[in-house]
Design a protein around this ligand. Structure first.
Ligand code: SF4
Ligand code: SF4
Length: 242
């Protein structure tokens, strides 16, 4: 149970998320005893396994970025349009989609709120944000190997904030067989990259819909598997979940 002060900070972070139209806010307690039960989930391809368990410190350890971090706040922004995933080159050092820009702005605000209250806080971006989102109980890893939000399917873009404020909780991990018999993404992939057993990254990368130039400074990516997913297909501007 967070203190009244931390509850108030959480409420203000919710306000920030609401202001930026961010649909999902999750709070994960960071504890080195947190593990994913063996056989429960198979999301960590490419990540080291140890003793049948994957401890959170095998996944790009937040403790290296912020020693003493106690929680991760995960922000999820739904794609504005399932048919487009466009990244704009804003400068030589910053390329982002509209969704990622919104997440970048909101995460700076959330970190600022915590810092103003005397806590340490910093933005956190990682390929494995999907792992943290699963640990935060927000969804599972689907057959397309994308993070599938309970409410929005594979349409969320993710960003996190690390903090030493004890603001997180442990959550039940949703197993990746939650997709069940669905094979919409498998059937929708134009290059046959998705199988029941995993995704052929080379085939996906070679798909002509990926990394296609749509203007002098913008690239678009394939969203066929994303837009086909029935989970959250009709969700736009739903209420914020936390
Ligand atoms: S992004 Fe496109 S090419 Fe890649 S797995 Fe999904 S549907 Fe297939
Ligand atoms: S389309 Fe179906 S199988 Fe693919 S990720 Fe979504 S729920 Fe899972």
């Amino acid at each position: 149970m967070p203190s009244p002060e931390l509850s108030a900070i959480k409420a203000r972070i919710g306000d920030v998320a609401s202001f930026y139209g961010i649909e999902v806010v999750g709070y994960l307690k960071l504890d080195r005893t947190a593990v994913i039960p063996e056989g429960d989930i198979d999301l960590l391809k490419g990540v080291r396994w140890a003793g049948g368990h994957v401890s959170t410190d095998n996944v790009q350890d937040p403790a290296q970025i912020m020693p003493g971090a106690k929680a991760m706040i995960i922000l999820g922004k739904r794609l504005q349009d399932d048919r487009h995933d466009v990244y704009y080159r804003i400068s030589d050092r910053y390329t982002a989609s509209v969704e990622m820009m919104i997440l970048d702005m909101a995460s700076v605000c959330a970190a600022g709120l915590l810092q103003n209250a005397g806590y340490r806080a910093t933005e956190y971006t990682s390929y494995y944000n999907k792992v943290w989102a699963v640990l935060a109980g927000l969804g599972w890893i689907g057959k397309s190997r994308m993070f599938v939000s309970k409410d929005y399917g594979p349409r969320l873009r993710l960003k996190a904030v690390l903090t030493d404020a004890d603001i997180g909780q442990f959550h039940k991990v949703i197993p990746d067989d939650t997709c069940g018999d669905c094979r919409e993404c498998i059937d929708a992939c134009p290059v046959g990259a998705i199988a029941e057993t995993g995704v052929d990254r080379k085939k996906c990368g070679a798909c002509k819909l990926n990394h296609r130039l749509v203007s002098a400074d913008a690239y678009s990516y394939c969203t066929c598997c994303t837009s086909a997913c029935p989970i959250g297909k009709d969700t736009v501007n739903m209420k914020i979940k936390s």
